[in-house]
Structure formats: structure tokens, C-alpha cells
Design a protein around this ligand. Structure first.
Ligand SMILES: *Cc1c(COP(=O)(O)O)cnc(C)c1O
Length: 479
């Protein structure tokens, strides 16, 4: 017998409506109770795995049974990224409009590889990328495409740089022994090294440029490294700079770096995965300086723009170079329609593509940019408040200056010479279930990152978390 949920008839649609309504109610209830859950899941490895049977059922189980497993088995193994006391990594925010848009996207389930495979998806994506570009004040001529993640975008950038620099030879003949060099700072995200590896440059040819005291790449050291490599007969190929490093939010001097990349003929890719969203705020307008000299740029609406994962906006100065690298259709075979429309399969690695523009559009439509800017400013002022709390505590020191809403602190080195207590503090915060922060090692020393950027974080959350930290400090630090 065909399960009713496998039929597009009246009975099937009724069953679907019932199930979907139940799911929507479940989600609303989840948000009602979200701050009652431990932020970081408290399960041990294997705890969830062993509760599941060896096989899928051959015949359907009931809706009740499925919701029971969801509640009792799956939820305890979830780390609640939408919990207001989630301060770890970078936020992976959503919002109610974004959730609803994902439901509609799933309902339509179109595969958006070509213009023709859904013209509205392609054209809305084009519009959304223009709107985001203008909202962030990015160079007016840039064109963008939605990718799954910043990691994919950075790989795409390095592949494009490789083909551009080699005269499109490597994709045809492979590497011929020529050494191509890529430059980034030691603070760059691991996705840069991964992209270097996957693009075939070899990690030996990733040159980590030194940084200043705020962990920003030093342009002079970049120039020296390029000059050195030219003398060695290597081909300096690309620079990856960062606006808002993952460790501490450091900001590379994009402007000065663009001058160098243009002078020496290198590709300049800017990774603004998290902090890029802040460029929509006038008080960060200075960060746009020098972007017109860059070749590509990525930021993630799925981190700090309330559009849920996955939605990464990748911009290029010259789409022709991107399409020439990615397209499997030689340009002389392009249809006349191909000149008028964007076939986004040629703007990235995968052929198949989700209709991601819908959630970007719906979120911005239903929230409006004013409220989004206001929420970003709230997050930044929460961070300023935390900065002052931490800065005045006798056992704490700031590891690096606050950047955007990214704070890094540790127990004072005079009380914690080997960093063990700082590590212990982070573990106790996370084991409490009341807040979740990331412990990181930067320049050889441990620190705790506190990023108040979850959609619903308020003053009350900060105060409660601060009380928790103070009581843990009283216990851990014996003076
Ligand atoms: C989060 C982050 C990335 C990786 O983002 P994905 O979209 O998960 O690939 C890359 N760079 C920086 C600076 C980041 O903060």
C-alpha cells in the first residue's frame, strides 16, 4: 500500500498539511523554550548513535513516533545555535522569515543550475546580489553569486586566480613545474589553506605574511615576500586578506594590500565571511576603502545577516574571468540567450544549485534593512558593555582589542602562566550549559572568544553570563 504521504492527491495533501502544521507548531514551541536547553549539547560521543536501530523501517512509522524520537533522542544531541547565550565560533543566525522561506524553497524544490531551469531563481539571485552589494557599499561594478559557503567561494577565487595567472593553461595541461605563490596572514581562516591545497598550489607555496600587534597583515612584509619570490623565479599569484579574522576579528589593510596586488599583478581575494555584514553600517564605511582594487570578495549572510545557513555571497570584479574558469561550455558555443542571462552553474563549482535567493529576498523583505542595521548595532554595543566588564575585572585581561562584536580575553598571565586556568574556565562555562564560548590559541597563547551576535541576545543574557563567569573565576582563581 502506498503511504498517504507519498501521494499528491487530496488525502496526501491533507496529511502533508497536518504534518507540516505540526512541524510549524513544534518550531514555535522550540523557540519558546530555547533558553531552557543547555547551549552546547551535553551528550558523549556515541550517545545518539546507539539509540538508533540498524536499519530504516520498511514500512512507515507514525508521525507521533517520529516526533517522539525528535524530542527525546535528537534534541538532546543538538547544540542550540539560536540560543541567545550562544557566543561560540561565529553565530549561524536565522530569523523567522528565513525559516519560512526555506520551507517554501523546499516546497518548490527547483534545481537552479541554469537560467532556464528556473528563470526567477536566476534573476532574483542577480537582484539580491545587487541589493547586497549596494547595501554594503561594495564597488558598483561588481557582480555576485550565491554559493554554499565562504570555503567554496575562496576555493573558487583561487582557482580563478590560477587560471588567470597561467593563461588558462593549468586547467588544460596541468601544472608544469612552475611555482605559483599565494600570500595570506597567519590569522587567515583554515579554508584558505584548504583552498591552496585543493587548487594544487601546494601548501609549501602558501606564504604566511607577518602581522602587526593587532594581528593585521603588514603590507611591507607582503611586498618583501613578493620581491623575494620574484627573485627566486616563482610566480606571485594571489593574496587572500581578511576583514574580521576568525580568531580575534583582525582587519587586514585592504587598501594598502590592493595597491600592492595591482602593482605586481596579483589577484586579491577578500575574505569578509563574518564581519562583511557590518559594512552596511556607516560607521564601518572606512572598511570599503581599497575594495575597488580587489578582485573578489566573500561575505556570509548566513552568519550575521539573519539569513540562515547556507547562503554565502561571492563577488567578483570581472565575471568573465570566473565564468571562463568554471564554465564547461566554451564561450564560442554559448547560446545567444547565454549572453543575456546568468547560468550560475558557471559561477561556481557545483552544477546543481539550491534556490537560495528566496530566503535572502524574503528575509530582507520581511525584516527591512533598518531593523537589521539596528540589530547589528545592538550586538556591537553589547560587546562594548562586555569589554568594559571584562576590562575592569581583577583576574582578567583582554587578549586583543575588541573588533566589531568579537571579544577575546584570558585569565591574567600573572595568575595563569601556562593558560591552563583559561582553558578550564572555558570548559566550565560550556559544561554549565548556560553559555557557549570558544577557546582558541592565538600566537601561541590560549584565549576565550565571546561573540555576542546571536539574533536574540540581549542585555539580560550578557548580565547572567557575566555573573556565571565571575562565580567560576572565584572558584578557579585562587590568589
Ligand atoms: C566562518 C569563516 C569562514 C568559513 O565560512 P564557511 O561559510 O563555513 O565556509 C571563512 N573565513 C572566515 C574569516 C570565517 O569567519
Amino acid at each position: 500500500m502506498t503511504p498517504v504521504l507519498f501521494q499528491n492527491n487530496e488525502a496526501g495533501r491533507d496529511a502533508f498539511t497536518l504534518l507540516a502544521s505540526r512541524a510549524v507548531e513544534w518550531i514555535a514551541e522550540y523557540y519558546k523554550n530555547i533558553d531552557g536547553f543547555p547551549v552546547r549539547s551535553q551528550v558523549q560521543p556515541g550517545d545518539i548513535y546507539k539509540q538508533f536501530p540498524d536499519q530504516f523501517p520498511a514500512t512507515p512509522v507514525s508521525d507521533d513516533e517520529v516526533f517522539k524520537i525528535l524530542q527525546e533522542v535528537i534534541i538532546p544531541g543538538i547544540t542550540h545555535w539560536q540560543h541567545p547565550d550562544f557566543y561560540a565560533f561565529f553565530p549561524g543566525n536565522t530569523s523567522f522569515p528565513s525559516i519560512v522561506a526555506e520551507m517554501i524553497t523546499a516546497g518548490i524544490s527547483a534545481q537552479c543550475m541554469l537560467w532556464e531551469s528556473s528563470p526567477a531563481a536566476a534573476e532574483l539571485e542577480q537582484r539580491c546580489m545587487e541589493w547586497c552589494r549596494d547595501l554594503l557599499g561594495l564597488p558598483a561594478k561588481w557582480e555576485g553569486v550565491i554559493q554554499d559557503t565562504a570555503s567554496s567561494a575562496t576555493l573558487t577565487a583561487l582557482l580563478t586566480a590560477r587560471e588567470w595567472k597561467s593563461g588558462y593553461r593549468i586547467s588544460k595541461r596541468g601544472f608544469d613545474g612552475t611555482v605559483y605563490r599565494i600570500y595570506t596572514s597567519a590569522q587567515a581562516h583554515s579554508s584558505v589553506e584548504k583552498a591552496v591545497r585543493l587548487a594544487g598550489f601546494g601548501t609549501d607555496n602558501l606564504v604566511k605574511i607577518g602581522v602587526d600587534k593587532n594581528l593585521a597583515m603588514a603590507p611591507q612584509l607582503l611586498e618583501e615576500a613578493i620581491a623575494h619570490d620574484l627573485r627566486e623565479g616563482f610566480i606571485p599569484t594571489a593574496v587572500v586578506s581578511t576583514i574580521g579574522t576568525t580568531g580575534t576579528g583582525a582587519i587586514d589593510p585592504v587598501d594598502a594590500l590592493s595597491v600592492i596586488t595591482n602593482q605586481y599583478g596579483l589577484w586579491h581575494h577578500v575574505d569578509a565571511a563574518y564581519a562583511g555584514t557590518a559594512l552596511m553600517l556607516d560607521e564601518y564605511a572606512h572598511l570599503r576603502k581599497g575594495l575597488e582594487g580587489a578582485d573578489s570578495y566573500v561575505f556570509n549572510p548566513h552568519k550575521w545577516m539573519f539569513v540562515q545557513f547556507d547562503c554565502s555571497a561571492y563577488y567578483v570584479r570581472d565575471p568573465e574571468l570566473l565564468v571562463r574558469t568554471m564554465s564547461i561550455t566554451p564561450s564560442y558555443l554559448m547560446t545567444s540567450q547565454g549572453d543575456k542571462v546568468n547560468d550560475y552553474r558557471d559561477w561556481g563549482i557545483p552544477l546543481g544549485r539550491r534556490f537560495r535567493a528566496l530566503k535572502l529576498w524574503m528575509t530582507l523583505q520581511l525584516l527591512g534593512t533598518d531593523a537589521i542595521k539596528a540589530r547589528l548595532r545592538d550586538h556591537i554595543s553589547l560587546a562594548e558593555k562586555i569589554e568594559s566588564l571584562l576590562g575592569h575585572h581583577h583576574s582578567i585581561e583582554m587578549a586583543y582589542p575588541r573588533s566589531f562584536n568579537i571579544l577575546s580575553f584570558r585569565i591574567k598571565s600573572s595568575l595563569d602562566s601556562d593558560g591552563r586556568l583559561t582553558k578550564q574556565l572555558s570548559q566550565e562555562i560550556n559544561n554549565s550549559g548556560k553559555a557557549y564560548m570558544t577557546h582558541a590559541v592565538v600566537e601561541g597563547k590560549g584565549l576565550i572568544r565571546w561573540v555576542p551576535g546571536q539574533t536574540y541576545t540581549t542585555d539580560t543574557n550578557i548580565e547572567a553570563t557575566w555573573t556565571l563567569i565571575q562565580s567560576l573565576l572565584d572558584k578557579i582563581v585562587t590568589r
